[in-house]
Write a protein that binds this ligand. Sequence first.
Ligand SMILES: Nc1nc2c(ncn2[C@@H]2O[C@H](COP(=O)(O)OP(=O)(O)OP(=O)(O)O)[C@@H](O)[C@H]2O)c(=O)[nH]1
Ligand SMILES: [Mg+2]
Length: 402
Amino acid sequence: MELAGLVGKPNAGKSTLFSALTLVDVPIANYPFTTKSPNRGVTYLRFNCVCRELGVKDNPRNSLCVDGVRLIPIQIIDCPGIVPQAHLGRGLGLQFLDEIRQASALIVVADASGGTDLEGNIVEPGTQDPVEDVRLVERELDEWLLGIIARDWPRIARAVEAKQAALSEEIARVFSGLGIGREEVEAVISRSELSLAHPTGWKKEELRIFVNELRRLSKPIIVAANKADVPGAQKGVKRLVDAGYETIPCSAEAERALRIAAERGLVSYRPGDKTFKIIDDSRLSPAQKKALDRLAAFMEKNGGTGVQDLIDRAYLGILGYIPVFPVEDPARLTDKNGNVLPDVYLLKPGSGPRDLAYKIHSELGEGYLYAIDARRKLKLSSDYRLRPGDVVSIVSAAKRGA
Ligand SMILES: Nc1nc2c(ncn2[C@@H]2O[C@H](COP(=O)(O)OP(=O)(O)OP(=O)(O)O)[C@@H](O)[C@H]2O)c(=O)[nH]1
Ligand SMILES: [Mg+2]
């Protein structure tokens, strides 16, 4: 399962967003360091299922299908707040980042309303620049990575210069728990002006530039411009966009309120909907009614709460992941037990059928022979790049099908 980490300064709304996404109850409060250790939960990415187009009734196993929308589970981790100098142990430090080493995306939660400072203290709305919220996290993440590599650097540099080790391999090894591969390391080195032959000569500043590049390549940042419901937050959103960040304005609080109200049967609302309907006016107190009216006005302006959008756009838009449906029987679109379109896998952009085979099972990948496009019943060429919604049957020496 893909993993997304929610990070950011204290009081930005990370736990509210987490709770909205997962409906897991966690402490939420308007003071810093409410969250002391990471919370884990599952949310769903939404993708138009291929079942309707193919005219079949599916039997999902690793995902859900609701009204023709495939819900693909994504693990979410809500982290404690990050304050300036957290890498030196300030606040709750950065130890907890170990929990999101494998994250495919980091969602930085910024307070677009500008109503909290970098320590998470409440200030006059509009006085804090949310761009600084994101810069803070970037700086601290880089210091964290720098700390990891700096420990081993003298040994690595000496071994490379003595021709006993390859630089990219050694660096990839240091970061292996972080999901940073050798290709990523090589891509960064080849773009840099650092001397491959003399790593002992790299200064700390050069290492810092290097880890910064590596982080941007391997842990892309998506900004949740939260508290977009607060009047004036649009200015903060614009600042984030102008600073070049992939920004999605949202209101975690609005989404959380709606999902809870929907669970209680007070409103009809599905995550991602542009608006909601009140089911029975008479069950609402005047205060609840007023709050819902305010919410409706915000959603109309924002095109929804932005929370489901955040997950969908992060994975399918910004990260460009490709949902693919593997099947064993390309004629009946089933697995070996007869389940129709049982699974959907998320593949990185540029992946081919062999990558899909490896993702399903390493044995299936090792024995990979060829793949069939189940829609057209044609063999796929070996350099085929998978596309969203592809239905693919893998033929492998290890085992036929998925
Ligand atoms: N107006 C508004 N307030 C929000 C929103 N999201 C969160 N809040 C409020 O912001 C405060 C902090 O929320 P939390 O979710 O606890 O923040 P956090 O980032 O997890 O904080 P720490 O765990 O201390 O790092 C609470 O008072 C929330 O009600 C939002 O979308 N809009
Ligand atoms: Mg929290």
